[in-house]
Write a protein that binds this ligand. Structure first.
Ligand code: PXP
Length: 260
């Protein structure tokens, strides 16, 4: 299984002070040395962490392929087309969200924009991916649009896992709708894994390449690695969080050891 390291949170730390340190560019050599397979970054419309010049420098200097997440907004797609990452992963974006909350919905009014954006990027030899919820409808939609890759949003699995097996439920970030009996949470966790597995098998039958990500960490990643159709994981927050105590190289190596 391949490991894409999402380094947005290095820029989050920089933007907390609005200065030039830490520079996410410094992470790319460390990630390569630690055995990562890909660098993932998200150029958000609000530029809350990664900025255009970060993307430019990272693409120019990265020894690893760069997977650039972006919204379907035509202005952003134009920037991505010019920056030419190896892959563009189109994700839903919403200004108020803390992080990407769910996958793209194919009934979205933006669907036709999605189709246009994917063709525009493919014509410029940029590999394309859609960040989708693990549903058969979304997989079929992605196949119809003609992307090479899909990435399943694992946030629902990760949230249930955190409410069951971490102290999240005891904190002010507890997820209210998941404050339910543990036995019910366990059933939901199994169901969320089953949905991911079935959706991955379904997508594999269509010949799509399958990635997954969001909320994956050192505790919850193991069950996802058991889904053999998933060939790549993009992981950010947990790796950068661990690197505060352990260093980035060790944090990436440890995640690599768990998933490879
Ligand atoms: N994959 C995609 C498409 C994402 O949008 C994100 C979050 O930016 C990730 C993976 C990584 O999620 P996390 O930071 O929770 O590991």
């Amino acid at each position: 299984m391949l490991l894409g390291v999402n380094i947005d949170h290095i820029a989050v730390l920089r933007e907390a002070r609005k200065i030039n340190d830490p520079d996410p560019l410094q992470a790319i050599g460390i990630a390569a040395r630690a055995g990562a397979d890909q660098i993932t970054i998200h150029l958000r419309e609000d530029r809350r962490h990664i900025h255009d010049e970060d993307v430019k420098k990272i693409i120019e200097n990265s020894p690893l392929p760069v997977n650039l997440e972006c919204s379907v907004n035509p202005d952003i797609i134009e920037i991505v087309a010019e920056l030419k990452p190896n892959r563009a992963t189109i994700v839903p974006e919403n200004r108020e969200e803390v992080t990407t909350e769910g996958g793209l919905s194919m009934d979205d009014p933006n669907f036709s924009n999605l189709d246009k954006a994917v063709h525009y990027l493919k014509a410029r030899e940029i590999e394309t991916s859609l960040f989708i919820d693990p549903t058969k409808e979304a997989v079929r939609g992605a196949k119809t649009i003609g992307v090479e890759w899909i990435e399943f949003h694992t946030g629902s699995y990760a949230n249930i896992y955190a409410m069951l097996y971490s102290n999240l439920s005891k904190t002010h970030h507890s997820i209210k709708e998941l404050e339910i009996e543990r036995s019910k949470l366990k059933q939901m966790l199994n169901k969320s894994l089953q949905i991911l597995e079935e959706s991955a098998q379904y997508a594999d039958d269509f010949g799509l390449k399958i990635a997954a990500g969001h909320g994956l960490n050192y505790q919850n990643v193991k069950a996802i690695t058991a889904i053999k159709e998933i060939s790549e994981l993009n992981i950010g927050q947990s790796i950068i969080a661990r690197s505060v105590f352990d260093g980035l190289e060790n944090a990436i190596k440890e995640m690599g050891r768990l998933i490879k």
